[in-house]
Design a protein around this ligand. Structure first.
Ligand code: NAD
Length: 540
């Protein structure tokens, strides 16, 4: 018989989820029921127990949200404010995340199955990043009416009688479609810059784990965002598809799989609307034999196991130099087989012997849901059938090891002697699975690192700075880490832009460029009167 041991912690999370914002759509400044009244159930990944059900918004609900956003856009108050004024309001939303970190972390632990401490830390990061976006309000204002190297007509600059300036306008009504692995972070990374830039937006969180994102509606209401400027419609892929296809929606900012990203690009093509696509990855960790062995092992573990391997930048391909391969794999296997499973992510607070805060991998969390579990196990069955060698893992843990929990657990798995064209080398598994290949020369290392269609992130480890730099510069990925220690692996800073080459995406997020993604660049050409006069008239 399957025992559910976590009822108490789950019941506590369910008391948070009775609030209106976790049970309704947020449209036109009001919490409303989905028109057809259908719900989507969600389950605790550590036990498979029922967690909550939330509205299955459909195309009719998406249309209502778009109508509310369009009305707010046409009315124009939000876009008419300065970016700094908008940023002050959005900053209250970021503060709201910080003020509610504990509750939101419990919800994400229950919804995604990630250990509470990790959820709390990343939610703190979302709040901090939100404040960063708000600090860019003034920067955006300073970019309005900036002269375009004008005057003179010599050397290719515009003629002296022209006064040409650049402006950055909001795009209009935009759709924000997000993934489940870091629900609040992924969503708020879209919401904050979209609003600071002056757009009206509809957020469609993931149906797999998006409960914390529903709280953003309440944050918007409490912060005083005008009705219709920001809306939340929960629902499945049909709601996302309706949002992407709507002729009234001028941009889709999407984070999710490469397959869905390509469908969204297709939906946006006929109307030629903007897309920003943050997609999947298959990042390589390149380890040269002059790297400290313990640091290489720790970095490998963190790279493919953080958040259960469910990170777009997860380093799921190990490219190791022949001469260090045997000792590295031996130690990696030993360490992985000692890791315990995290049977109750909601209450998981302290592991004791391995300090997660110091960057060490301390537990194996469940994967997010039954369908992802099946998908990952499908990859493993196929790899084994094709003769790929399993160094460790490769299966579900036995019931006793995970406290007979009934959760969606998979052993940390290392696959060796993987062919370059194997699915487990080429495709994103999005679970605790590492594929290994080796190299002898620097050129081979670069070839292996660049041997998939993805290009989101990659890391080169060596104690030789010049070699690390040479290899880093040849790796085709939007974010590359060059390190002798592994420190900073997977780390992000809001001021540092990132994004994908190839299958990993279109556009860049974070940094000032990330804010610019939510604007249209416009030039205004004043002739017959000066820009200075125009400004005088405007201010009276
Ligand atoms: P997904 O593509 O299955 O779903 C993402 C979102 O798209 C969900 O909200 C879903 O409802 C919606 N959707 C699905 N089909 C749609 C359609 N046809 N039209 C419009 N919307 C549709 O991805 P997921 O499983 O939620 O997330 C995991 C993926 O996200 C992984 O590939 C991961 O690498 C990627 N990811 C990327 C980044 C990044 O920054 N590059 C960050 C996090 C996650």
């Amino acid at each position: 018989m399957k025992l559910n041991t976590n009822t108490k912690s789950l019941a506590k999370v369910q008391t948070h989820l009775v609030a209106e914002c976790f049970n309704k759509l947020y449209i036109g400044g009001q919490f409303v029921d989905a028109i057809d009244g259908e719900k989507i159930p969600t389950y605790y990944p550590a036990t498979g127990e029922f967690l909550h059900e939330f509205p299955r918004g459909k195309a009719n609900d998406v249309d209502a949200a778009i109508a509310a956003a369009e009305a707010a856009w046409v009315e124009g108050t939000w876009a008419g404010m300065s970016a700094a004024e908008r940023a002050e309001i959005v900053a209250k939303m970021a503060q709201g995340i910080e003020d509610n970190v504990e509750m939101l972390a419990e919800i994400e632990a229950a919804d995604v199955g990630k250990p509470y401490r990790q959820a709390a830390m990343t939610l703190g990061g979302a709040a901090g990043e939100g404040k960063y976006w708000c600090s860019l309000g003034k920067v955006l204002d300073a970019e309005q009416d900036v002269p375009v190297n004008s005057g003179g007509g010599e050397g290719g600059v515009p003629p002296a009688e022209w006064d040409v300036v650049y402006r950055r306008d909001p795009i209009g009504v935009i759709g924000l479609i997000s993934a489940w692995n870091y629900p609040m972070n992924v969503a708020f990374r879209k919401v904050a810059p979209a609003l600071v830039a002056g757009n009206c937006a509809i957020l469609k969180p993931s149906e797999i784990a998006g409960l914390s994102c529903m709280f953003i509606g309440k944050l918007a209401q409490d912060a005083g965002i005008p009705p219709g400027v920001f809306n939340v419609v929960t629902g499945d892929r049909d709601a996302g598809a309706a949002l992407a296809a709507s002729p009234s929606v001028s941009m889709i900012s999407f984070t999710g799989s490469t397959l869905t990203g390509s469908k969204i690009m297709g939906a946006c093509a006929p109307k030629l609307s903007q897309v920003a696509l943050e997609l999947g990855g298959k990042s390589a960790l390149v380890v040269f034999d002059d790297t400290d062995l313990d640091k290489a092992v720790e970095t490998t573990m963190k790279g493919f196991l953080a958040n259960g391997g469910q990170i777009c930048t997860a380093h799921t391909r190990l490219v190791v130099q022949d001469s260090i391969k045997a000792p590295l794999l031996k130690k990696l296997k030993e360490e992985l087989e000692k890791l315990p499973f995290c049977n109750d992510p909601i209450t998981e607070k302290d592991r004791g012997d391995r300090a997660w805060e110091a960057g060490m991998t301390d537990v194996v969390q469940p994967v997010v849901c039954d369908s992802q579990h099946k998908k990952i196990m499908g990859f493993l069955h196929e790899a084994k059938a094709a003769g790929v060698e399993v160094l460790t893992g490769g299966d579900v843990p036995d019931d006793e090891t995970v406290g007979n929990s009934g959760g969606y657990f998979i052993q940390p798995t290392v696959l060796i002697n993987v062919e370059r064209d194997a699915d487990v080398w080429q495709k994103e598994v999005f679970g605790p699975v590492l594929s290994v290949r080796s190299f002898s020369t620097e050129d081979d290392a670069v070839l292996e690192a660049n041997s998939t269609a993805f290009g989101l992130a990659s890391t080169v480890m060596s104690s030789d700075p010049a070699k690390a730099m040479r290899v880093a510069n040849r790796i085709r990925a939007g974010a590359v880490f060059a390190t002798s220690t592994g420190e900073g692996l997977l780390a992000e800073h809001p001021a540092v832009s990132r994004g994908g080459f190839g299958f990993s995406g279109v556009g860049r997020e974070l940094g000032i460029g990330g804010l610019h993604e939510y604007t249209e660049l416009k030039s205004v050409n004043y002739t017959g009167f000066s820009l200075a006069d125009a400004k005088k008239q405007r201010t009276g």
